[in-house]
Every structure is written in C-alpha cells, then in structure tokens.
Design a protein. Structure first.
Length: 471
C-alpha cells in the first residue's frame, strides 16, 4: 500500500513547487483545434526600391556639338580622339558639371605649343567658343614678357617697357639658372621704373575679356632679388620683396570688384626682379551664375620637347600646382630637328606634368602638316613625328588627336597655303586657318564628350564634382 503513495508524492512535488497553476494546462499552450484560427504569418518584406539617380541624364542640347565641321575646305572627316584608356573621363565629368550648373569652380585648360600659339589665334578661338557656352571665367594666363614680336593675346591688354628688361626663354633667350617658369618665358630687370602690365580688353565690342575679379601674379624669389610695386588701375596696392635664400616660386593674389582692371608691376631698382606673368581670373558665378571655363595659352617660339626639359623643375612644379589644371593640351612637333630622341623627351615631359599635376588628363595633338618648298607631299619628318606621338600617347596612357589628319593628311599644308590659311613658310597658321582647325578640334572633343555623357548619364551630378581644387 505504501508504494502508490510514494509515486503520488513524487508527481505532486513539481506542482507544489510551482504553485497550483503549474499543474494546470493553459488554454494558450494547448495545440490549436480545427475551430481556432492559425497564427498570422509574418508579413512578406517589401522589396527595396532602387535608389533614384543622383540627377537626370544631360539633355541632348547639353551635349550638342560646339562647332560645325563640314567638308567644304577639308574634304576628309574629322578624326576622333584616340583615348583607349579613357583618360579624359575626369575632364568630361567636369564639363558635364558645368553644363548642369553644379560646378563650384571654373574649369581650367592649359595649351602648350610653339610659335603657332604665341599669336593666341587657336587658343583665342577656343576660348571664345567655350566661354560663350560655359561662361567667362576670365582670360587666364598672360606672361609679363615679350621675347618675340609675335607674342600676343586676344581680348586682353598686354604691354611693358621691354627695352628695360632682359627677356628670357629656353628656346631663344637663355639664362643659366633655367628659371623660366611654367610658361617658358620671363622678364628680369633691376632698373628703376621698368614696368610690365596686363589687363582687360579695351574693345567695348568684345564678347569676352572685359571683366576680371582676381589677379594671380607669379614671380621669382631669388638671392640678390629686389622689390617691385604692384599697381591696380595705376594705384599702388602692394610692395613685394623678392630676395630669398634660394630660388622659389612667388605667388601673390589680388581681389578686385568684377569689372575692367589692369595690374602693373613697377621695379623699384634695388635688385633684380624677375616676372613670370599674371592670370586674369573671375570668381565662380561672376559670369551669369556659371562657374565658367578658362584657357591658359602657353605658346613659346621654337618650343619642342627637348627645350621644355631645360626649365628648372622646382619652381615650375609649384606654379603648375597653383594653376591646378583640369586638362593639359600639348601641340608640338613642328620643330622637328630631333626626331630620333623625341620619344624619350616627350615621355619625360609627360612624366613631369604628372608629377606636378597627379592624374591630370593630357591630350597630345600631333603636329600640323608641313612640306618642303616646291613639294606637294608632306615632309617625311613630320609624318614620322606624327606617328611617333601617336605611339607615345598609347605608351603613356594619354589621349591623342591627329592634327595633320584633321587638316586632310598628306600634303594638306599646300592647300591650306593656297587658300591663305597658313603663311608662305608652310608652317604658321593665320587667324582663319586657326579658327578652322580650332573648330575641327572642338568637333572631336564634342563627339568624345557626347559618348562619355551617353555611357555615363550621371556625369556631372553633384557628387561627381567633389574634390574641386582651388580657383
């Protein structure tokens, strides 16, 4: 009889420990019957909607050609820019930002060249077309020197008491210290009153170049350097001392109300003063709310890749970093005295530019066509240089545009000269020839830009303009 009692006690212990309710079966704990509704299923998550694009694709008119390129004069089609590595993409992104109005600073282009650029004919045409479309960000660079009578700039005032200066250039007027500056020319004087100046155009009909809101003055700091006075609109505004323990690039900026102005440098006569030049800039938004475009024309007589390597690197790098270009264009090759070593020299120049301006897009223009007197075929040397520069561009990963092919190819210079588009020397382009070739370059750039914007519809969206460099 005791055995059942013990079993009952063992079963009762858990109930007593947990209270009476612990021994009861809860209704909620019972399995559901057929009369009870099943538990509600977990809601199916709504698929995440794709993030909306940062902004809409550019409208067709925003990527429309910048120029008309028919075949009335040049019968051959305009060649495309060769850029297998798409090195120009950062430049096109900046251009798209200008189209959208999202750019926070001007887009700045440098064009290096020889005597064909000392006239500013081709850069001047590009400047007018691009600023009409994207906004006038100021004329850009003007060297405060004049080593050649042909050195001039469109839509700007540029002058000086040049007989009072020693005028330097690595091609024609040498100086032992190689301090020519990034634009490959300089003017030096220790004579009291020696002056050089640059300012906005006096032509009331000019579509661009009538306003400036900032001057960026470049000069050389050096041992035994003297001082000079800076005048804005003929009023003294600053005295600058150039004496230093070693050579160094000097830069001073001057803010002015947006409008017509002139900057003048006057040597005080207490030591050597070497001037490189000044840039005429406009603040972002000064041109109708647009950030605008600026083109620095950097032409030097008889320039070739070898002579660029003669320039002191330390000061040049500092100046290039200050200018902070978005694109560097190089149009050299007409001075074809050194064809065999040209490959190594041009590669060295490209490497130097990349050292000063990391990741800067570079566009090499092949040389224009030329021929020997009385010949109707192209000079074999110019053919070799054109082929060589196409190869160098491919080897260094920069873009290339065949200028000679854009003229019409073999012997094209003969037809250009007959039409008065170039001089009788079969080398130098006149204003009309420069405008014609400038338009053909713009057509190729427009084509490449349209292709980039089509493939990358987000180009120029606000996030694409991050990391803007200083103006």
């Amino acid at each position: 009889m005791r055995r059942p009692t013990r079993l009952f006690a063992i079963c009762l212990v858990p109930c007593l420990a947990g209270g009476l309710t612990a021994c009861r079966t809860k209704k909620d704990d019972a399995p559901p019957t057929s009369k009870e509704a099943p538990a509600a299923a977990a809601p199916t998550p709504t698929p995440a909607e794709p993030a909306p694009p940062a902004c809409a694709a550019l409208a067709p008119e925003a990527i429309a050609p910048l120029a008309t390129c028919g075949t009335n004069v040049v019968k051959t089609p305009v060649p495309e820019i060769v850029d297998a590595g798409r090195s120009l993409a950062p430049f096109f992104d900046r251009l798209a930002a200008l189209e959208r109005g999202t750019a926070t600073r001007p887009l700045r282009i440098a064009i290096y060249g020889d005597s064909n650029l000392t006239s500013d004919f081709l850069p001047g045409h590009l400047r007018r077309v691009l600023q009409a479309r994207y906004g006038d960000a100021g004329h850009g660079w003007v060297s405060l020197s004049k080593p050649w009578g042909s050195y001039r700039h469109d839509d700007v005032v540029h002058a000086g008491f040049w007989p009072m200066f020693k005028l330097y250039a690595p091609t024609t007027h040498l100086v032992g210290d190689k301090q020519y500056g990034f634009a490959n020319m300089a003017a030096e004087s220790s004579e009291i009153g020696a002056s050089a100046w640059a300012g906005t155009t006096k032509d009331a009909k000019a579509a661009i170049g009538q306003s400036v809101s900032r001057f960026e003055l470049h000069y050389l700091k050096q041992p035994r350097g003297g001082s000079f006075t800076v005048q804005i609109d003929r009023k003294d505004v600053r005295s600058i001392e150039t004496r230093a323990a070693a050579f160094e690039a000097g830069v001073e900026t001057f803010e002015v109300d947006d409008g017509p102005h002139e900057l003048r440098c006057v040597v005080r006569g207490d030591g050597r003063v070497r001037l490189f030049g000044t840039s005429l800039d406009r603040s972002p938004g000064a041109a109708g709310g647009k950030a605008g475009i600026q083109i620095d024309s950097l032409g030097a007589g008889a320039l070739n890749y070898e002579r660029i390597t003669w320039v002191a690197k330390d000061t040049r790098r500092a100046q290039l970093a200050q200018r902070a270009y978005d694109l560097v264009v190089i149009w050299l090759g007409m001075n074809v005295m050194f064809v065999p070593p040209n490959r190594a020299l041009s590669t060295e120049v490209i490497t130097e530019l990349r050292t000063a301006l990391p990741s800067v897009p570079i566009l090499i223009l092949g040389p224009g066509d030329t021929a020997k007197k009385g010949e109707t075929r192209s000079d074999p040397r110019i053919v070799a240089v054109s082929k060589q520069m196409r190869e160098v561009a491919a080897e260094t990963g920069v873009a290339f545009w065949d200028f000679r092919e854009a003229m019409g190819g073999d012997g094209a210079i003969v037809g250009f000269t007959k039409r008065g588009l170039t001089g009788a020397d079969l080398i130098h382009f006149g204003p009309e020839g420069s405008r014609l070739m400038g338009d053909r370059l713009l057509c190729s750039l427009s084509s490449a830009f349209a292709a980039h914007a089509t493939e990358h519809p987000e180009a120029g969206c606000p996030t694409a303009d991050a990391g803007a460099s200083p103006p």
